[in-house]
Design a protein around this ligand. Structure first.
Ligand code: GYE
Length: 346
């Protein structure tokens, strides 16, 4: 659907040119000496387009790349949007700077995929004061006042962890290993990110109710293949007594596979170590289909259309639902086919 160009609602986008910035700087310098210089700020209308400014975590994983792509393909000019994108390279301070720039630009909407949950109150207050709705996607923000953001859409990460624990329980039962000592190596994602917190909570709760399950170590894989490969290889050099590796995303699972291959340890459906992963991206599911990953819990990254729904509701004067959880499932080698992986498209 092509949006009307003569949009009258919403705020206009003001572009402060370099010349205007210089003029403003000179004006403030001169005003200190009692003079006033005329400041000529050039303004440009957004041509009826809705400006949507996105602050993305980074490009640490296949999930993340699919998420960025979903935003890009949703907020096109053809669909009526002017889209701004900034990659924070995994750093919250970069996101705060980006948000401040977006506020200064006076964009219509800010979309934030926060690296971590805490530390957002101040900048979100600034956005609120400027009257810019902030839509949070994927990970959550933990703020004092809930009205500092307009809406959130993402996954129930604790539920994802619970799914993994329940599956493991049943799998061990089927294998006649329900009463065996089970040593679990836990590879965590980015510390303080909702996805890490929820998936970790799910596992820790599961371990707490199984006397024979034990977490032998918690390593920081930071959701990347490279970091996970490094920390897991280091761990395996000291101990290989592991029954399960719980990796908090697919790219970490690839790092684990690389480290296990090098160490000559078998894994997956025909191996010694049970591999659990999250995301269900093409790379993860392909490894799962081959039996290398025993379980891949889905986490859907295609949030672009969901964010657009929220924006369209606000544009129509409606109040969007505060929290929207995406329905998710899980995959095992016996439930997967190549067609299914292809259809998913990420
Ligand atoms: O699982 C991981 C990504 O927060 C759900 O971040 C997201 C996680 C996802 O880097 O691959």
């Amino acid at each position: 659907m092509k949006r009307k160009k003569n949009r009258t609602t919403g705020r206009k986008l003001f572009v402060v040119t370099a010349a205007a910035l210089l003029a403003m700087t000179m004006a403030s310098m001169l005003s200190g000496c009692g003079n006033q210089a005329a400041v000529d700020i050039q303004t440009e209308s957004s041509d009826g387009l809705i400006s949507v400014a996105f602050s993305e975590v980074g490009a640490e994983s296949d999930w993340r790349v699919a998420n960025s792509e979903s935003m890009r393909t949703t907020f096109t000019e053809e669909n009526g949007y002017e889209f701004y994108f900034e990659d924070a390279k995994g750093k919250q301070e970069n996101q705060i700077t980006t948000l401040r720039n977006y506020i200064l630009q006076g964009v219509d909407y800010i979309v934030l995929a926060p690296v971590v949950e805490t530390g957002w109150d101040e900048v979100l207050q600034e956005a609120k004061d400027a009257g810019i709705p902030v839509i949070v996607v994927d990970r959550m923000v933990d703020v004092e006042e809930e009205d500092l953001y307009t809406a959130w859409v993402g996954s129930d990460f604790k539920e994802e962890g619970d799914i993994a624990v329940e599956w493991l329980e049943e799998y061990l039962e089927e294998q006649g290993r329900a009463d065996e000592e089970i040593q679990i190596l836990h590879v965590m994602g980015t510390l303080g990110a909702s996805s890490q917190l929820g998936r970790t909570e799910g596992l820790e709760e599961g371990v707490a109710v199984h006397d024979n399950w034990e977490i032998v170590a918690q390593l920081q894989g930071e959701y990347t293949q490279a970091k996970t490969y490094e920390v897991v290889s280091e761990y395996l050099a000291g101990s290989t007594d592991i029954d399960v590796i719980y990796c908090e995303n697919d790219n970490s699972a690839l790092g684990v596979i690389q480290a296990l291959d090098e160490a000559g340890i078998s894994y997956g459906t025909d191996g010694d170590v049970i591999l659990i992963s999250f995301d269900a991206t093409t790379v993860g599911l392909t490894a799962c289909l081959k039996g290398k990953i025993n379980l891949d819990v889905e986490c859907n990254p295609l949030h672009g259309p969901r964010v657009e729904q929220i924006i369209l509701q606000i544009e129509a004067g409606e109040t969007p639902q505060k929290l929207t959880y995406v329905d998710e499932t899980y995959f095992t080698p016996d439930t997967l086919t190549e067609e299914l992986i292809e259809e998913r498209g990420y």
